[in-house]
Design a protein around this ligand. Sequence first.
Ligand SMILES: [Zn+2]
Length: 271
Amino acid sequence: MIRIVKPSGGPPELSRRGGQRIKEDCDSYIETGEDYRSGVKKFNFDSNIYGNSEVREQLLLAQHGKCCYCETKIRPAAHPNIEHYRPKGSVRQSKGCTKLYPGYYWLVYDWDNLLMCCPVCNTKKNDLFPLLDEDNRARSHEDPMECEQPMLVHPAIDDPNIHFHFSGSVIGHRTRQGKETIDCLDLNRDALRDKREGRLQQLCAFLCIVKMKDEMSNNGDFEDLVELANQEIRAAVSDQAEYSAFAKQLKEVRRTDWGTDDVAPVRPDSP
Ligand SMILES: [Zn+2]
């Protein structure tokens, strides 16, 4: 996971049509809140508003075309999932917990609550939204949200470097939020581990070439190879690359100068 910088405000459609829909949904909740809380009545959210093309384009651009959580490239031909950080229809504290209805219906068209993720992360997270203390959960638009302490790292609000580190291809946690996020999204799932392992082997090969530079200094062809290896390493640690957070935290890369200034110093894991 890398830090995402979204443009402030978001597409005007969200505040224009989305704002109207939020007002209608809040009015409806005031009238028949009990039916919503029992799950008998459900909101009919409009994906044409929160998922319109401008929202998708702005999110994809801000996220460098990658899943906001696992950094897998989102295929342009695929229908990317709009992710509601605070889930919209229902919410659960953990995988074994009962669903609470409704979800955060008043944030469905809120730009700050929208991200884009891959289908796997979307399915894994589903309606999970753990809090440090569930008693502080806002259950309606009238409840304060300032007391909530989310345990899921928000890539556009939090600094992921504070919460995660890598050991080989395995992502580890530095904080309790990091641990909850890894568990919630299954960020050590086999498919991701395999992809990071493949990237690790590629990078190790390029790093080997660069290390041999001094021994082969009089060989013109080898200098071209070294330049190519440098380019590949620079590309792997750029925000545009898949799994760049992982590449930036490799010890061999950190000891060199491939633009890894934003990596937090290593700290011991918190329990
Ligand atoms: Zn993902």
